[in-house]
Design a protein around this ligand. Structure first.
Ligand code: ZN
Length: 330
């Protein structure tokens, strides 16, 4: 999940009152788990009609990144139903991620831990792919893979899309050796269990940042590229205000060079997300995040597979892949 600064929340609330529509109004209800009287982990996929991917550009046009493969990863995650932290379904997602990463011959580390949350102590698991480099220094990529605790919420875009993109990047990158190491993090527990705050959110990324501080590895991270909500059919990406400006410039100039200026816009937005866990520890970081404020389905049960575009996934994957290349050349 991503939270807004209060100002944007207020604007969203005013818009809701003015327009009387539901679009965007859920922004102010982001803290509601909506699961008080229901079994929280009930599967909701039975009623979802089958979806087919739209036309992704062929992989040779997107640096080898296969948008259709990425779409299939989103569909698979959605098929497990809602998978908030600590649920039986998230264990199936973890198994799926691990078996895919193994099939790409990635070196993978897992960190099982538990977190005290407003709804009790929950088991969580971070997954970290480590691709070695020739020189000291780490380029970190990341996504969360837990879904918001809400009835019938399968999180196709939040965060099935970015999880799918990271899987496809792992497939491409695990067989390569660059100047610097590339690590790919799959965080559990990004979403708040009740109300977004520094203590009720980002459980997984806070855990990983703390561990990497203890080990000293955090100092080696040259850049952290986080992706979240990156697969919408009409996705637009705005420059996230708290992100490190030089990294935002790097990603946005890469997108422009690849011809994606109509999607990667020079407007700004603000999001609280897993990058904050690393920014707070001095790591340069950028959140590549779709314009969730205006997508009309953020943190609602409408965030389903029909919102996802293989084409958008391929654009995002291409931009991240080329951004990594840029970072490898520095
Ligand atoms: Zn979310």
């Amino acid at each position: 999940m991503t939270a807004f600064p209060k100002k944007i929340l207020r604007i969203a609330a005013v818009l809701c009152i003015l327009t009387g529509t539901l679009a965007g109004c859920k922004a102010s209800g982001k803290g509601s788990p909506g699961a008080a009287n229901q079994p929280p982990f009930m599967s909701a996929v039975a009623s979802t009609p089958p979806q087919t991917p739209d036309d992704a550009l062929p992989p040779e046009k997107t640096g080898g990144f296969d948008g259709k493969r990425a779409f299939a990863h989103v569909a698979k995650q959605v098929s497990f139903g809602p998978h908030p932290s600590g649920s039986p379904a998230i264990a199936q997602v973890q198994d799926y991620l691990l078996s895919e990463l193994e099939s790409y011959r990635c070196t993978v580390e897992t960190d099982a831990f538990s977190s005290d949350t407003p709804i009790g102590r929950l088991s969580m698991k971070n997954i970290l792919v480590k691709i070695p480099g020739e020189k000291p220094g780490i380029i970190l990529l990341g996504t969360h893979y837990d879904t918001l605790l809400m009835d019938n919420f399968v999180g196709a875009d939040d965060a099935g899309s970015s999880t799918a993109v990271m899987l496809e990047l792992a497939r491409l990158l695990c067989s390569q050796k660059g100047k610097y190491a590339v690590w790919i993090a799959f965080f559990d527990g990004e979403e708040a269990m009740k109300h977004w705050s520094d203590s009720d959110s980002r459980y997984g990324s806070r855990q990983m940042a703390a561990r990497l501080s203890t080990s000293g590895d955090i100092k080696k991270i040259r850049a952290f590229l986080l992706a979240d909500i990156v697969g919408g059919r009409n996705a637009r990406f705005l420059r996230e205000a708290s992100s490190t400006p030089t990294l935002v410039d790097l990603v946005w100039s890469t997108a422009a060079k690849l011809g994606y200026s109509a999607i990667f816009l020079n407007e700004s937005t603000s999001a609280e997300d897993d990058h904050d866990s690393f920014l707070k520890r001095g790591v340069p970081a950028v959140d590549v995040i779709g314009d969730f404020v205006n997508n009309g389905y953020w943190h609602t049960p409408q965030d389903a597979l029909d919102k996802i575009s293989a084409r958008t996934l391929a654009f995002t994957g291409h931009v991240l892949l080329e951004s990594v290349k840029q970072l490898q050349s520095k």
